[in-house]
Ligand binder design. Structure first.
Ligand SMILES: [Zn+2]
Length: 135
């Protein structure tokens, strides 16, 4: 079970989200609330700065502005990062680590202030855990 409430705002089973300018509107299926919240320090995420949560591939509905979403890919070109072509806001991405999932920008959720979330784990995107030496 994920986080069902952020500073008094209840996460809906189908929660609306939008980019900044409103060209893109989405709906995320979040029956368990916000799951697998994380930040990441890979070369893209450290610049983007967004807190992401997870949703299944069938759990995203684009209500409006599908044609306004631009795709950005880099490195292995496995992950698909989408953003609004007008305001530039990142909305969601198909993961490289788990292509059966989308990550999405928690800050795009209607009414949710991501700065009210506590203790978000950071995914170490720079050094894969298997590459790290202990001690
Ligand atoms: Zn926009």
């Amino acid at each position: 079970m994920g986080i069902k409430e952020v500073d008094g705002v209840v996460i809906q089973d189908k929660h609306k989200a939008s980019c900044h300018c409103g060209a893109v509107e989405l709906r995320f299926d979040l029956p368990n609330g916000l799951e697998e919240l994380r930040r990441c320090d890979c070369s893209l995420c450290r610049r983007r700065g967004a807190i992401a949560a997870s949703v299944s591939l069938t759990g995203i509905q684009i209500i409006k502005g599908k044609e306004r979403l631009k795709l950005y890919q880099f490195n292995t070109k496995t992950a698909k990062h989408y953003f609004c072509d007008t305001c530039g806001i990142y909305t969601h991405h198909q993961r490289r680590s788990n292509p059966n999932q989308y990550g999405f920008n928690v800050a795009c959720l209607e009414g949710v202030n991501p700065l009210k979330l506590e203790s978000i784990p950071t995914n170490d995107g720079v050094n894969h855990p298997a590459d790290r030496q202990s001690g």
